[in-house]
Write a protein that binds this ligand. Structure first.
Ligand code: FEO
Length: 395
C-alpha cells in the first residue's frame, strides 16, 4: 500500500493492525500502530525512514512497485530505533552505496544495531540537502526521545517530517488527523506523551520554541506513527507545549491493589470523601493488578494528585503497586500531590514505603498516609472517608 500526500510525495510505510504491545511488552497499543515512511520525488529522490524489521521484506517489495530502488538518491534516517530503521539491512543489500543522512548519534546507533558500515552522512541542525527545486532542512531533536532523533523539514511543500514527535499509536486507513475520531486521536497522542516524553518535557518546550522561531510555514506534520497532521497541523505542537507545562486536569487517581478487599474498600471510601468535599473533581479508581499500566500512567499524567494503596505483605507492598511506583518514579512527574494508604495485619510498613517511593518520584506527599489494621470496620471506613475529605481540602 502507498498513497500520495502531495504531488511528488508518497507515504510508503506499513499499517500494523495487529500490534498490541510495543517496546517489547512495555507499551500497550490497543489501537495498533503504523510505521510511516515517505518518498519525496524532486530532481533527486529521497526515502525518509523505513519500517520495523518484521515488515522489511514487504516494505522493500512495495517500495520497488513505487520506484526502482536504484533511483533512490538519498535515505534519511530521522531515528535509529528499530521500528524506523528495521528495513535498512535488506534495503541496503539492494542499494549498498546510497547515502544515509542522520545525526552523529544516529551513525553510532545504526552501527550498534546492524554492524554495517553504510555510506553515512552526518548532519546537524540547519544543514540542508538540495533535492532540486526543494530542500530538506535538518533539525536535531536530541532526547525526543532518543539521543539520535532528528526532524527533516521540506521546503516548497512546507512539511515537517517529525519522526516520533507528534506521533500516536493508531492503525487506521484514514491517515489524516481531520478524518479520524478526535477522542481516540488525542487519547493516543496524550498516552504517547505521558508514557514516552514526560521525562523530556523541558527539551520538548525548547525544541518546539526553536522550530517555531525559525518561522517556517508548516502545512503538514508527518510523524512516524499514526496519522498525518494536515488540518491545523500546529495544534499538536501547541498541545505538546500544554502537556510539557506540568499538565494536570481536575482529576485525582486512586491506584491500589488488594488481597482480601480491605484496601479496595479503603480506596472507595477515600473516593467518597473526596467527592463529598469537591463534587467537581473527577475521581478515578484503578486496581493496578487488573489495569493496563500505560493507561494508568496516562491517568496519572492527567491527575493533579494521586493516592496509592497496598496492604503490607512480607514487610513490603504488593508487586503490582511496586511496579507502577517504579514506572512513575522514572517518568519524573512534576507538580503533583500524593498520599498513601493500605491495610495491614501485623508489621504494617507498606504505607511508609509507598510514601517514600512517591517522594523519590518527585510527588509532593501531603500527609503521613492512612493505615488500617486488619479488615476495615465501620469506624475505619469513616476514617478513610475523612482522610479523603482532608486530602481534597489540601489541594
Ligand atoms: Fe518510533 Fe523511537 O521509535
Amino acid at each position: 500500500m502507498s498513497f500520495t500526500i502531495k504531488e511528488g510525495i508518497a507515504w510508503v510505510g506499513k499499517i500494523d493492525w495487529e500490534l498490541k504491545k510495543f517496546h517489547g511488552e512495555e507499551y500497550s497499543t490497543h489501537r495498533g500502530s503504523s510505521y510511516n515512511a515517505y518518498l519525496v520525488r524532486d530532481e533527486k529522490t529521497v526515502l525518509i525512514d523505513t519500517v520495523w524489521s518484521k515488515f522489511a521484506h514487504e516494505f522493500v517489495e512495495n517500495l520497488q512497485k513505487e520506484i526502482p530502488l536504484e533511483k533512490i538518491d538519498y535515505i534519511i534516517a530521522n531515528h535509529a530505533e528499530s521500528d524506523h530503521s528495521g528495513a535498512l539491512p535488506i534495503l541496503m543489500r539492494r542499494i549498498p552505496d546510497t547515502p544515509i543522512y542522520c545525526t552523529a548519534n544516529g551513525v553510532n546507533f545504526l552501527k550498534g544495531l546492524y554492524h554495517q558500515d553504510w555510506n553515512f552522512k552526518i548532519v546537524k541542525t540547519g544543514d540542508k540537502l538540495s533535492l532540486g527545486s526543494k530542500e530538506l532542512i535538518f533539525i536535531e531533536a536530541q532526547m525526543l526521545h532518543w539521543p539520535d532523533n532528528m526532524m527533516s523539514y521540506l521546503t516548497g511543500d512546507h512539511i515537517l517530517f517529525s519522526n516520533d514527535a507528534f506521533g500516536q499509536h493508531i492503525a487506521t486507513e484514514l491517515m489524516y488527523n481531520d478524518l479520524v475520531d478526535q477522542g481516540e486521536l488525542f487519547q493516543e497522542a496524550i498516552k504517547y506523551y505521558a508514557n514516552i516524553l514526560t521525562p523530556f518535557s523541558k527539551l520538548v518546550v525548547k525544541k518546539i520554541q526553536e522550530v517555531l522561531a525559525l518561522k517556517l510555514p508548516v502545512d503538514m506534520i508527518c510523524p512516524s506513527h499514526g496519522v498525518i497532521w494536515r488540518d491545523n497541523p500546529l495544534q499538536i505542537a501547541n498541545k505538546y507545549l500544554e502537556w510539557a507545562a506540568d499538565y494536570a486536569e481536575n482529576q485525582i487517581s486512586i491506584i491500589y491493589d488488594t488481597m482480601w478487599d480491605g484496601t479496595r474498600r479503603m480506596a472507595e471510601a477515600i473516593a467518597r470523601g473526596i467527592t463529598e468535599t469537591d463534587s467537581t473533581v473527577a475521581v478515578k479508581l484503578f486496581n493496578i493488578a487488573r489495569s493496563d499500566r500505560n493507561d494508568v500512567i496516562t491517568e496519572v499524567f492527567k491527575s493533579k494528585a494521586i493516592l496509592v494503596g497496598s496492604p503490607t505483605i512480607n514487610k513490603g507492598i504488593l508487586s503490582a503497586v511496586a511496579g507502577i511506583l517504579e514506572e512513575i518514579r522514572g517518568l519524573g512527574f512534576k507538580n503533583k500531590k500524593a498520599a498513601a494508604f493500605g491495610c495491614y495485619g501485623w508489621s504494617g510498613e507498606g504505607v511508609k514505603m509507598i510514601s517514600e517511593k512517591l517522594k523519590e518520584g518527585g510527588f509532593d506527599v501531603v500527609s503521613e498516609g492512612l493505615r488500617e489494621k486488619w479488615n476495615p470496620n465501620a469506624e475505619s471506613i469513616e476514617n478513610a472517608v475523612n482522610f479523603g475529605k482532608a486530602f481534597a481540602a489540601l489541594l
